[in-house]
Design a protein around this ligand. Structure first.
Ligand SMILES: Cc1cc2nc3c(=O)[nH]c(=O)nc-3n(C[C@H](O)[C@H](O)[C@H](O)COP(=O)(O)O)c2cc1C
Length: 172
């Protein structure tokens, strides 16, 4: 299995999580791509994609994702196995918690991607999020909050990454 991990990160938090994921799974398995320096066409090179996205400015997509947004439409991603992780601030921006992850999810679903790594909505407090499915029971990817729940990130990654690998293996 080859995994391409693509991320956009304005203040390095998503980047640090990307590096933690690569450290856990290994450089042979996971190649990191900062969208600031990488054309989205490179996503076509991998059967499995991990995509990291933060939310900014009241529910907006992080700037490097925004710059790549239309170009994603030109890449054939049908059948790709994709897991998302999102960063946000549930206390400061609780009306828009992780909205960008939800917007990315909807876009990829429409492109025929196979989404894995849904994550239970337990242990979070916020008002609204576009990143929820199943009547609010699940996030469409791993929900991380480095502002308020920094101490939980390691354990969340330890639980989520094996789940993603299992689900991806079953689909490949
Ligand atoms: C000005 C500003 C606006 C933000 N807006 C949102 C938001 O609408 N929703 C959310 O969940 N988080 C929001 N956040 C929190 C960021 O997503 C969070 O700090 C994240 O860790 C940033 O990741 P990055 O440095 O990788 O871009 C905002 C943060 C700032 C400073």
């Amino acid at each position: 299995m080859q995994i391409g991990l693509f991320y956009g990160s304005s203040t390095c938090y998503t980047e640090m999580v990307a590096e933690k994921i690569q450290a856990r799974l290994g450089k042979d398995l996971v190649t990191l791509h900062n969208l600031k320096d990488t054309p989205v066409q490179r996503m076509a090179d991998y059967p499995v994609l991990l995509l990291g996205i933060s939310t900014w400015d009241f529910g907006e997509i992080q700037e490097d994702w925004l710059a790549s947004w239309d170009a994603i439409d030109t890449v054939d991603l049908s059948g790709k196995v994709v897991a998302l992780f999102g960063l946000g601030d549930q206390q400061g921006y609780g009306e828009w918690f992780l909205d960008a992850m939800g917007l990315l999810h909807d876009k990829l679903l429409a492109k025929g991607c196979q989404l894995v790594g849904y994550w239970p909505n337990e242990g979070y407090e916020f008002e609204a999020s576009k990143a929820l499915v199943d009547e609010g029971r699940y996030f469409v990817g791993l929900a991380l909050d480095e502002t308020n729940q920094y101490a939980l990130t390691e354990a969340r990654l330890d639980a989520w990454l094996p789940q993603v690998l299992d689900e991806a293996t079953a689909l490949l």
